[in-house]
Design a protein around this ligand. Structure first.
Ligand SMILES: Cc1cc2nc3c(=O)[nH]c(=O)nc-3n(C[C@H](O)[C@H](O)[C@H](O)COP(=O)(O)OP(=O)(O)OC[C@H]3O[C@@H](n4cnc5c(N)ncnc54)[C@H](O)[C@@H]3O)c2cc1C
Length: 422
């Protein structure tokens, strides 16, 4: 049995804990926040993330709380520019819009039912690699483990302690968001967006059941440059509503019914690592590859990370690395107790790094290209609109948009985007 410590009880941390505990390993999760219920808005689970939840046996529980999303539509004025229907990628594809707290609760309950030790209000401060594994300092003491999984989100300071070349670039844009209940919003199965140029974007995502009210809810995202956050905060709700009214009056009326406390702010950053492991330490989720939420992939990628990591630990390097890959990795040796020894765990983590590289690189590239088209002061709105409208009429391009959205593409020239290959 291998002992793993996981930093962070977010999506990546809990999903990894579930996989590794089911494999018979001893897993402890350390979470710095005392109350684990995450605040947050809706997430769009793509076919890739749904496939991971299905493998975990949790998809049905998620479905019960989620809204089925059949399509994404975007408008500049009355001109429909974006019009993506999942079913044209594959007949049974769709998105699932779910409140972050609902997804978190499902993962949390599963981890608890498996007996995962979750230490709340006890963040991990630092770690050092030893000849026996990893020595980890948390807020209440020290613990020794065979492997450390860093899954503590975008602002991870543990990531900085790794000797891995990395960049952390905060985005100059963020978003105001709110979760609003409605029984009669006319687009219950469509992620709707409205744009003005590249510097105004308003989106409404069906989000399933609101955990606070038990009613059907929607997440509203209004993207803004960070430099204007302070002005909006000072001017308060009336200014926000007036500004939204210029682009979508019905949403402004809806928001006007909500209390000021319903509005929150989200900021993002672009995190890039040259690899995701160093000996017996591995980095997952946003801590490894945070990006703008424009493509709606972050939570899906965290779920994929967890599955691939568990696969690499369970099956060993020989099965995890495609034979064509040039990088040579030590075979995954088991010691006499049937548990991986220190060097074989390091090999499994190295294998993880290699296996995740292409998929993460593709989505980071796509995010870097797409985000300024939706969130910048550059005059790029017309280019985006012409591109998306043209794409709708070019079957090959339309298919590539859809495959990218579904979350399984492993490169520009990967035209099959098979979820099973992740
Ligand atoms: C506005 C917005 C919209 C989004 N929309 C989508 C979407 O539609 N689809 C999608 O797939 N993704 C979306 N995302 C991205 C998605 O939310 C993230 O990719 C996902 O939550 C990452 O999960 P994680 O577990 O890596 O990190 P997190 O969820 O950030 O979890 C990290 C955890 O680590 C804890 N922690 C921090 N430091 C320590 C420490 N030192 N020790 C112990 N614990 C620590 C934190 O408290 C937290 O609980 C969106 C993000 C934003 C901001």
């Amino acid at each position: 049995m291998t002992q793993f410590v996981i930093a962070g009880a977010g999506i990546a941390g809990l999903a990894s804990a579930i996989w590794l505990t089911r494999q018979g390993h001893q897993v402890s999760v350390y979470e710095q926040v005392p109350d684990p219920t995450p605040v947050g808005a809706g997430l769009l689970l793509q076919p890739s993330g749904q496939a991971m939840l299905h493998k975990m046996g949790l998809l049905e529980a998620v479905r019960e709380k989620a809204a089925v999303v059949h399509s994404l539509e975007g408008y500049t004025g009355n001109w429909k520019t974006l019009d993506l229907h999942y079913q044209f990628g594959q007949a049974d594809w769709h998105g699932l819009g779910i409140h972050r707290a609902n997804l978190h609760q499902i993962l949390w309950q599963c981890a608890q039912s498996l007996g995962v030790a979750i230490h709340l209000g006890n963040g991990i401060k630092e770690f050092s690699q030893t000849s026996h594994g990893v020595k980890i300092e948390h807020q209440q003491g020290t613990v020794q483990a065979d492997g450390l999984i860093i899954a503590n989100g975008t602002r991870s300071s543990l990531r900085d302690q790794l000797d891995i070349s990395q960049t952390h670039q905060p985005y100059p844009w963020g978003a105001f968001w709110a979760v609003l209940d409605s029984a009669d919003w006319p687009f219950p199965h469509t992620l709707m967006q409205r744009y003005r140029g590249a510097n105004h974007m308003l989106g409404v995502l069906p989000t399933g059941i609101n955990p606070a009210s038990g009613k059907i809810c929607y997440s509203l995202f209004w993207s803004l440059p960070k430099t204007s956050f302070a002005d909006f905060r000072e001017a308060g709700m009336p200014q926000l509503i007036a500004s939204i009214r210029t682009i979508w009056p019905e949403v402004a009326e809806w928001l006007a019914l909500a209390p000021e406390t319903a509005i929150a702010i989200a900021e993002y950053a672009d995190i890039r690592l040259s690899r995701y492991h160093q000996q017996n330490v591995v980095v997952l989720g946003d801590a490894a590859h945070a990006m703008s939420p424009q493509l709606g992939q972050g939570a899906n990628m965290a779920l994929i990370d967890a599955m691939v990591l568990a696969d690499c630990v369970a099956q060993g390097v020989a099965q995890c690395v495609a034979p064509s890959e040039p990088e040579k990795i030590e075979r995954y040796n088991h010691n006499t107790q049937g548990a991986p020894d220190k060097s074989s765990l390091a090999s499994a983590f190295a294998s993880y790094s290699q296996r995740r590289r292409k998929h993460i690189a593709y989505y980071q590239m796509a995010s870097r290209i797409m985000t300024p088209l939706y969130q910048s002061h550059y005059p790029l709105g017309w280019l985006r609109d012409i591109g998306t409208v043209a794409g709708r009429h070019l079957p090959m391009m339309y298919r590539q948009y859809l495959l990218t959205l579904c979350g399984a593409k492993q490169g520009i020239f990967d035209t099959k985007a098979a979820i099973a290959d992740l």
